[in-house]
Design a protein around this ligand. Structure first.
Ligand code: NAP
Length: 414
């Protein structure tokens, strides 16, 4: 953690409060905050994995990548997920960085993972994994893939894994491409990378769109893909069309990695008429939440669709932008929201109108505790973190995450 960041967390103008469920089932509806605070920033991301909506998706052995990523990263809500890694062939659908992350975890030797902060139970499961072949399958071409150079290079560098790829025939001369795509094409063109000691294989496949999962005894056995062609091959936004041919790929397990969407929170619509999620985001202008409108006929421009701002309600993170970009992108987007809020405040714009007798945390804390939640302040979180470091040190890792909330709470006031 950076020094400046740590300092800002202990500044009198900042208060960390954990352990309070807001807007979830059984949690405090988010509009309750408006009785105590002048403004709210929703920054809760996009947690729900998108579904393909194709036949057979309910078969066992088909996992949304979000569940897998949350599981090995130790999210308390994901610790009970179970993954059957006993087959040899794993198919990952999607060409984003999450797909590459899943491939990396399935292929990296557990002895290497053991030095990271991966949860112990995931490590144990991965040690027993029989996965040998990982196929990362995208529906468009190389120039349209959304993974990035660093993550692709990491995948090609995993020890004892043969990395290969089936490149589309009409791939352009890399020199004619923008720098990032150039590097991706160069990297892929170098394949196959065959290590001295062959353990597993990783294959990246292009222009294949999944249309059906097949299985027996309720478990997935294969995926049918329709072959695609690009309508405008040099355009990163190119659309595709089916060629009419299809292929069947063996799959003992499938990870669908096709992006995420944000969900609404309880009490959100009471904060302002029309606030709701449109296409997985909260409509906003530079981070200030807007209500949206439509008309019965004709094209509505984005500006015309955004009707009016909702006083005091802002948004940041993936719930603002959709699930795109690396951490730095999200950080700059957060700065924009901060600037918008401060400008609005300095210009005397309308904010929320808190009505509680005691405003701010002092008032809200009573509301929280009267509803049975036990808030965790910054010092409490630091205690949990120290215990995680202590457990990590004992087993030679950076940190061993505590994944049970009740267990975390035992360390809050030590
Ligand atoms: P993503 O980058 O949006 O990739 C989603 C992939 O799913 C795309 O290849 C997309 O193909 C495909 N897809 C969507 N709908 C599909 C369908 N119906 N059938 C077949 N394929 C479909 O999403 P992500 O991988 O979840 O990553 C989200 C964001 O997190 C990205 O910005 C990523 O860079 C970031 N991230 C960063 C890191 C890192 O920095 N190391 C790690 C993980 C994630 P089309 O392009 O054809 O739609």
């Amino acid at each position: 953690m950076q020094h400046g960041f740590e300092e800002s967390l202990t500044s009198p103008n900042f208060r960390f409060i954990g352990g309070v469920a807001l807007g979830t089932e059984g949690g405090i509806p988010v509009d309750v905050l408006s009785r105590y605070y002048d403004g709210i920033i929703f920054a809760y991301g996009a947690a729900k994995s998108r579904k393909l909506g194709i036949p057979g998706e309910e078969l066992q052995g088909i996992y949304p990548s979000g569940d897998f990523v949350g599981w090995y990263n130790g999210l308390p809500s994901h610790r009970h997920h179970r993954f059957n890694l006993q087959g040899e062939n794993a198919v990952i659908i999607g060409h984003g960085n999450v797909a590459l992350d899943v491939a990396r975890i399935l292929l990296t030797p557990p002895s290497v993972l053991a030095k990271t902060d991966i949860t112990n139970f995931a490590l144990e499961k991965l040690e027993q994994s029989r996965v040998k072949n990982v196929y990362v399958v995208g529906r468009r071409g190389v120039l349209q893939a959304s993974f990035t150079v660093k993550e692709l290079r990491e995948l090609t560098n995993i020890p004892n894994v043969m990395f290969d790829t089936t490149l589309p025939d009409d791939l352009p001369d890399p020199k004619k491409l923008p720098r990032i795509q150039q590097r991706i094409v160069q990297l892929l063109k170098k394949a196959p990378f065959t290590p001295e000691q062959l353990g597993k294989t990783c294959k990246i496949e292009f222009l294949l769109s999944p249309i059906q999962f097949n299985g027996s005894q309720k478990h997935v056995e294969s995926v049918i893909f329709q072959k695609q062609r690009l309508l405008d091959p040099l355009n990163p936004a190119s659309k595709i069309e089916a060629t009419g041919e299809s292929i069947e790929m063996n799959a003992d397990m499938v990870f669908t990695s096709i992006g995420y969407t944000a969900l609404p929170l309880h009490g959100m619509s009471r904060l302002g008429p029309g606030i709701d999620l449109v296409r997985g985001i909260i409509p906003n202008v530079n981070g200030h939440v807007h209500t949206t409108a439509t008309k019965d006929f004709g094209y509505v421009t984005r500006d015309a669709a955004m009707t009016e701002s909702v006083p005091g309600v802002y948004v940041s993170g993936w719930v603002k932008t959709g699930p795109t970009g690396v951490i730095a992108t999200t950080m700059y987007s957060a700065f924009e929201t901060g600037d918008t809020l401060v400008t609005d405040w300095n210009e005397g714009k309308q904010f929320l109108q808190p009505t509680a007798e005691v405003k701010g945390w002092d008032g809200f804390k009573s509301e929280v505790t009267s509803r049975g939640s036990i808030p965790v302040e910054w010092s409490g979180w630091k205690n949990i973190e120290s215990e995680e470091f202590r457990r990590g040190e004992a087993v030679g890792k950076e940190r061993e995450k505590i994944v049970d909330v009740q267990e975390m709470m035992d360390f809050v006031s030590t």
